[in-house]
Write a protein that binds this ligand. Structure first.
Ligand SMILES: [Zn+2]
Length: 48
């Protein structure tokens, strides 16, 4: 099952594994939302 997450800014992520999703989302947050850093557990909690 792929993991999906939509950032509040509208960016959508769809990755095959939890690890890839966390990596992509954390890179996006660092680049676009430096004030909003989330841990791996938080990212997986809000993904679907
Ligand atoms: Zn975003």
């Amino acid at each position: 099952m792929a993991r999906r997450l939509t950032c509040p800014c509208g960016e959508m992520f769809r990755e095959e594994t939890d690890d890839e999703l966390v990596e992509k989302v954390q890179a996006h947050l660092a680049a676009e939302h430096p004030d909003h850093q989330y841990s791996r557990d938080e990212i997986l909690f809000i993904s679907y």
